[in-house]
Design a protein around this ligand. Structure first.
Ligand code: SAH
Length: 311
């Protein structure tokens, strides 16, 4: 139940983030025993690069505290969608925080929203939708892959989010989202290889008051196909966005100050030749673009379906 709300103390069964360094984190379930390859229950000892942890010892520990490992220490944190995205078991390609923040903003997702998502994949984005729509909203998430559906369902329940999400196994490009979801959604999100085929079903699923759609496409050709389908299905204000996160490198630098007094007086033959040599330097805080940065992830194609009377 560790995603459902703030908690003080780790309870047995909680999903816990073991934070070693900013680039080294693990999620573990706080259970005393696990099954080994021979299907026997054994003491759960988790190995990290700073040594081993007896997982049983986490139960009762305050979130945020430092725990001893055999060759160092780590902090135990309550998971949130951002930490989960960095540590979750990948079953597919996943979406990351920079794209997700734009998706949530563009879809105007808020507490109480009804959101439809396909494919569920590894559930990275789903956890952000769930945080944004809880406590009263609902996420309907679809994937045609049986194991991914089962695993996602199991994770949502284990994370205490089961009441706000329904996971269904279906090919949404062939079968749509089902008649039971006609006119119920505030927003639809697509992360599929052929999203244009699901666009007509998305139009059916959005509320009569209208709603928003967003589709993630790794290549521009796919996003063009989506734009075309959106236009045919009555969507308006179609936009294509690419999110690129640029980290500014902020440094204090010594910048030479030029001696410019010679500009004010007439230059004579006897003036020294080194007038332009910097004599003084000043410290400035500077900001420069990084030499390398995370590159292209995908395009976000966004559109609005107007209310029924205006379609
Ligand atoms: N956004 C997800 C990742 C989705 S990966 C995340 O952040 O974790 C794309 C998923 O779409 C895959 O799991 C794949 O099984 C599913 N998929 C592809 N085509 C589909 C279709 N026609 N209907 C339903 N699911 C589909």
């Amino acid at each position: 139940m560790s995603f459902a709300g703030p908690k003080e103390i780790i309870a047995e069964g909680d999903t816990v983030v073991l934070y070693l360094t900013p680039a080294l984190m693990h999620t573990i379930d706080a259970v005393p025993q696990i099954r080994n390859k021979k299907n026997e229950m054994i003491e759960y000892v988790f190995q990290t690069s700073f040594g081993a942890l007896k997982v049983r010892d986490l139960v009762g520990v305050r979130y945020g505290s430092r725990v001893q490992l055999t060759k160092g220490w780590a902090h135990v944190l309550q998971p949130n969608p951002e930490l989960w995205t960095q540590t979750l078991p990948h079953r597919t390609q996943i979406l990351y925080t920079p794209d997700i923040s734009m998706i949530l903003y563009q879809l105007e997702v808020r507490p109480g929203s009804v959101v439809i998502e396909s494919g569920t994949g590894s559930g990275s984005l789903s956890h952000y939708f769930l945080r944004a729509i809880r406590p009263s909203g609902h996420l309907h998430t679809f994937d045609f892959h049986e194991e991914r559906v089962a695993k996602a369902r199991e994770e949502f329940v284990a994370h205490g989010l089961g009441d706000n999400v329904t996971v269904r196994q279906r090919d949404v490009c062939e079968q749509g989202f089902g008649d039971e979801l006609n006119g119920v959604a505030d927003a639809v999100f697509l992360d599929l290889p052929a999203p244009q085929l699901a666009v007509p079903y998305a139009a059916k699923a959005l509320k009569n008051e209208g709603g928003r759609i967003c589709s993630f496409s790794p290549c521009i050709e796919q996003s063009m196909r989506v734009c075309e389908a959106l236009g045919k299905c009555g969507f308006i204000e179609v936009q294509n966005i690419e999110v690129l996160q640029v980290e500014d490198c902020v440094r204090t630098r010594n910048v030479p100050v030029m001696e410019l007094d010679f500009l004010k007086t007439k230059r004579t033959e006897t003036d020294g030749k080194d007038m332009k040599t910097p004599r003084e330097s000043k410290k400035y805080i500077t900001s420069t673009a990084p030499n390398t940065m995370a590159g292209h992830t995908g395009y976000l194609t966004i559109a609005e379906l107007p209310p029924l009377f205006a379609r």
